[in-house]
Design a protein around this ligand. Sequence first.
Ligand code: ADP
Ligand code: MG
Length: 569
Amino acid sequence: TAHKETHGFQTEVKQLLQLMIHSLYSNKEIFLRELVSNAADASDKLRFKALSDDSLYENDGELRVRLSVDKDAGTVTISDNGIGMTRDDVIEHLGTIAKSGTAEFFSKLSGDQARDSQLIGQFGVGFYSAFIVADKVTVRTRAAGQEADRGVEWQSEGEGNFTVADIDKPERGTDVILHLKEDEKEFLDDWRLRSIIGKYSDHISVAVQMYKEEVPERDGPDGEKIAAEPAHWETINKATALWTRDKSEVSDEEYKEFYKHISHDYGDPLLWSHNKVEGKTEYTSLLYVPAKAPFDMWNREQKHGLKLYVQRVFIMDDAEQFMPTYLRFVKGVLDSNDLPLNVSREILQDNRISQAMRQGCTKKVLQMLERMAKNQPEQYQSFWQEFGNVLKEGPAEDFSNKEKVAGLLRFASTEDDSSEEKVSLDDYIERMKEGQDKIYYITADSYAAAKTSPHLEIFRKKGIEVLLMSERIDEWLMSHLTDYKEKSFQSITKGDLDLGELEDEESKKAQEQAEKDVEGLTERVKKALGDKVKDVKLSHRLIDSPACVVADDQGMSTQMVKLMQAAGQ
Ligand code: ADP
Ligand code: MG
């Protein structure tokens, strides 16, 4: 080895290593999933790059991942002939964490083991999980298309630093060699490894192989001779991309495993939908809704989108063109038959095919949510808690699906005493009073403020339900939602409140009388307040409170004014 250097890990890597070794102790075997997953990604990347440069295959286009064990040395090796890494790649990828949301992840760590291990599961540990079972890891790699002497050896004991050195490596790709800890020798067992691979790797499209020793010639049950089997590399996974298989042949377990592979999430997904679309545009989609929101969902730079394949060839991660922003939590795979293999993000931007796929995928997700809302309301509620505020961006963003998204919204309401958002607009409409033609709502800074607003008094008295909105985004939402199922929305804090047919004759007379009684008073109040107010009016909405502030019908509501002020406008 030559040109050997020692580098320190980025602080975050050191922290992650510490945390991981302590918190993932009960789920050690995931290291194999991570490393095989990386090897499969490396094959995908090579296949993609070779589309435009065949020579990268170096006359070896049969991509595979191999697992081998050296019992004497106490090592397990995961070896691929994928894209490989250059010296710079190695230093960057195996010395730092380049994921979006890393800062947030570390800022959320609490020191509480149970909570942190949940979070770490969500974050994903990737390559560094090797140190759960190994006290030393050696990576030998050579990038596709480079000379044999451009190999690199990386080595670390998972503490503060790692070394990199130049080596000769004739075979393209990456070997990850795990020097197992004294008490992790169980992973030297052939059957143990096979069963883990079976569990984690069936859906991976590249072959995962293990070495099978020679089987000598032997006697069959009827005394016949069974020929000897020479030693060979045996493919132990199905090695077909999961989404290309028939729905009926894929088990829930496999769908869940595949989700973990593509999402880097350790938890199970909430639901998924697998579709082959034929006709004008042909594609397969496999879309997942996670159970938990990523901690960086509100980070503008958060990477999101689907994994894009064209005719089973991996093209890119995080293709965000296929999902509207309000569905950015959806994970999945899209495999197009129509897009060109050399498609770029720019081409996807305004392309007829990608637009058709985006529409189709959006529809699928909304459908799947609708179904869950209807058939598994409790599960839907847990979805809403995680993603409700994102979905509220829908009506503003997606005009054509406005009504569908509106049907998926949930609100707190005067109907019960809970701040939890669980009333749908359909629930509301079903409970509307005879003669009521509007959906009444109030927006406020907090649930408590909404619930105790004097504006509600008249509604409580008349037994009319009002939706109580107190999330920051609600005002924005309502400025884009004017009606639902032909019922218009009416803020109860805006302008003259016309209760229409809900008003009875008797109270109308009483109101006229009251108006006469206070003549002059409104004028005097208006004078006293000067230009602090636009107008002072007699109101019939208040029961217990003497006065309240309302916004002009055309103007911004008080809540919106506060929002704009907060935004520095
Ligand atoms: P992730 O897979 O989420 O990117 P990892 O920690 O698993 O994160 O891997 C970090 C990076 O190291 C990968 O993105 C890739 O660039 C590189 N890498 C890891 N394993 C391999 C491999 N077998 N072949 C080529 N590159 C690899
Ligand atoms: Mg990985």
